[in-house]
Design a protein around this ligand. Structure first.
Ligand SMILES: [Fe+2]
Length: 228
């Protein structure tokens, strides 16, 4: 752990691996909530476009909040959010302070080798985050059903032995310390993958939401067991 990280509040549940996979979101989602949004050309982790649901200013701006002198917290809904009421409610129902909220539209990957060689990256979530405040991590909600696609996470970018994979069927929910773990999605199939990515402040609210959505291994179905 670096000095920078040690100065912030972090969630113990993320301390060992840097990520946690939760129960899938079961509420029905209308594809219009992501397909009707305005997408910007913004490359991250592959051939991607992003729709901004919450930004630093409420403008349709995909850039880091630091460009506006604020940490990645207190996101302001953009006009896109008006067309995504269920997704907006998902974010606010977590109850934690949130920053940027975006939908990634990711085209199918060329190969897993290309993803691990070219697209693994760390996020810059905590620039301008004051000492003592909650460490910013990211939560995913997979919108399309991509059970054969998975998020690749590595503690060491060049060491496959440190790798974990999270499958991404519809409704998959997981939280990742993306400033610690190298990450990129390997997306198979022919159609784009859509997922919502939200920056959340670590703290009691986020912990409570993670606890409430923990995978119940005693009653887990084969599918949710695979998620866990
Ligand atoms: Fe990232």
């Amino acid at each position: 752990m670096t000095d920078t990280q040690a100065r912030h509040q972090k969630l113990p549940v993320l301390s060992e691996t840097g990520f946690v996979v939760l129960r899938a979101f079961r509420e029905r989602l209308d594809p219009a909530e992501w397909e009707s949004l305005t997408y910007l050309d913004w490359k991250s982790g592959g051939d991607s476009n992003f729709a901004v649901l919450a930004s630093a200013t409420g403008e349709d701006d995909p850039r880091g909040f630091w460009e506006h002198g604020k940490p990645d917290k207190d996101g302001i809904w953009t006009s896109n959010a008006l067309r995504a009421p269920t997704l907006r409610r998902w974010v606010t129902s977590v109850g934690a302070r949130f920053g940027r909220v975006r939908i990634i539209k990711l085209q199918p990957s060329t190969s897993e080798a290309e993803v691990t060689a070219q697209h693994l990256h760390l996020d810059d979530n905590n620039r301008l985050n004051p000492d003592g405040a909650g460490w910013v991590v990211r939560a995913w909600l997979n919108l399309t059903d991509d059970p054969d696609s998975y998020m690749i996470l590595r503690e060491d970018k060049d060491d496959p032995a440190t790798e974990h994979r999270i499958p991404m069927p519809a409704g998959a929910q997981f939280v990742v310390d993306t400033e610690r773990l190298w990450h990129a999605a390997y997306h198979t199939g022919k159609a784009p993958r859509y997922a919502m990515i939200t920056s959340f402040e670590s703290g009691p609210a986020l912990q409570a939401w993670i606890d409430a959505n923990a995978v119940d291994r005693r009653s887990a179905s084969p599918r949710s067991a695979a998620l866990g």
